[in-house]
Design a protein around this ligand. Structure first.
Ligand SMILES: [Zn+2]
Length: 205
């Protein structure tokens, strides 16, 4: 039943097929400029299993989700990415009850997480991302196959995700926005609205 919608959205971010991939993605961004320990500021360490980093100086082990929205989410990173995506792309606001059903998350848990996301989004609009901003693109949405009488829009969508890093390489804020395409026309408005002109923007392309 509702599982069905859940499946079609979970088809979404092709580049992030599971929780591990989400973790890998966060770690790639977080340490894109090299490792800096969030506890002592030391810059020598080694990567451990599970996309964590071990500081040689103070032995602090940091996960890729530490200091991000996604830290210790109980329902898995992939669902958390989905919720953020849903919230930033749907034109109608989705309630925590609907969101909970859609992703099989307890309503209270969904509500709590959505509050965190809202706060982060608000702050991105009010205070555009500055300093170091990592921008990536995703293709979202699956095929329509097997769809019966549901009005959920599962057409392929594209999204841009902008991640702000602090000078300690900590992920500070994340902003996700749906776009029509990756053309030069679609991207600049996002940059103008959410990213400071003085920010250093890193993209894979
Ligand atoms: Zn350290």
């Amino acid at each position: 039943m509702d599982n069905f919608e859940y499946q079609s959205i979970l088809n979404f971010i092709k580049e992030l097929p599971n929780d591990e991939a989400c973790k890998a993605y966060l770690s790639k961004i977080k340490w894109s400029g090299g490792f800096i320990c969030s506890k002592c500021g030391h810059d020598k360490g080694c990567e451990k299993s599970g996309y964590r980093y071990h500081c040689y100086k103070c032995n602090h082990v940091e996960s890729s989700t530490a200091n991000t929205l996604f830290h210790k989410v109980k329902f898995g990173l992939r669902k958390a990415f989905c919720v953020v995506f849903e919230m930033s792309t749907s034109s109608k606001s989705v309630s925590s009850i609907q969101m909970g059903k859609r992703f099989e998350i307890r309503q209270g848990t969904a509500w709590f997480f959505m509050q965190k996301v809202r706060k982060a989004m608000k702050s991105s609009q009010k205070y555009p991302l500055s300093k170091l901003v990592h921008v990536d693109e995703f293709t979202v949405g699956g095929k329509e196959e097997g769809k019966q009488g549901r009005s959920y829009d599962s057409k392929k969508k594209k999204a841009v995700i902008a991640v702000e890093l602090s000078n300690k390489n900590q992920i500070k804020r994340v902003y996700v926005k749906a776009i029509d395409d990756y053309s030069a026309k679609s991207l600049p408005p996002i940059f103008e609205a959410y990213i400071c002109k003085t920010a250093k923007v890193i993209t894979d392309k």
